[in-house]
Design a protein around this ligand. Sequence first.
Ligand code: AMP
Length: 284
Amino acid sequence: MSTNLRIAVPTKGRLAEPSAGLLQRAGIRFERSDRALSVTARSAPVELLFVRADDVAELVADGVASLGITGLDLLEESGFDLEAILRLGFGRCVLTVAVPKNSPIQQPVDLNGMRVATSHPRTVTRYFGDQGVQIDAVAMRGSVEVATKLDVADGIVDLVSTGSTMLINGLRPIGRVLESEAVLVSGTGRPLDDIARTVVTMLDSVVTARSRRYVLMNAPRDSVALIEEIIPGIEAPSVVPLAHNGMVAVHSVVETDRLWTVLPQLKAAGATGILVLSVEQMIA
Ligand code: AMP
């Protein structure tokens, strides 16, 4: 009997590449031949099952796989009792309510009694139901954005990332049902074993590292207090004396989104030789 931990991973589509990249970066190394449905990792006691993104939830719910990577939207729509234990930071999109540009409908509640085309009928029926709105959900597998043109629906609910597809199809967004991204799922109330916990730690370390940079600089010792205010670091920045009297090297981890603000402040505080490096993994 195999002691490997099984993880269900999307084989095709938008989530496939970033999922594989994340696993590899987290130290779960594997080589995939085109047709293999499963592969055993070289570097970890893990077996990857390659399946459609919308089958992942069912396989984890059935216990065929202990963990899975799928979209939060697909998890909601599946109706299975699963837990999203980690947000993975890719596959971001919004399940959006939209109507034709010239429609008199202004807000989601105005769709009461009307037809709404969507690839997420359960989620959408629940969303409208929670607002006391009855809609007729028209389930479609793809091309949801043409449903109003074809007069099979009065409004649609579809996944949007940039919004350009909706715009091109003459649709106007009027509400947000769900903000989605790729997640790691496990069975609710099913305790994670040691290998599963290690997988979570390793994936989390990559996700955390991706939004951070390691910043190094030289600075006059007198500027350290000011620099520490600008970049407090995880606990405190490391300060290392340099051979040159009165100068120190300061190292710290900074959120990538703050670099725009922080780098000019560091320069103004007297820092020189500022280096910004990417971080592979980070366990806080
Ligand atoms: P797939 O149909 O296999 O390409 O995967 C679709 C999944 O990718 C969705 O369920 C979402 O979780 C995610 N996704 C991210 N952005 C988008 C988008 N703009 N349109 C559709 N799906 C998206």
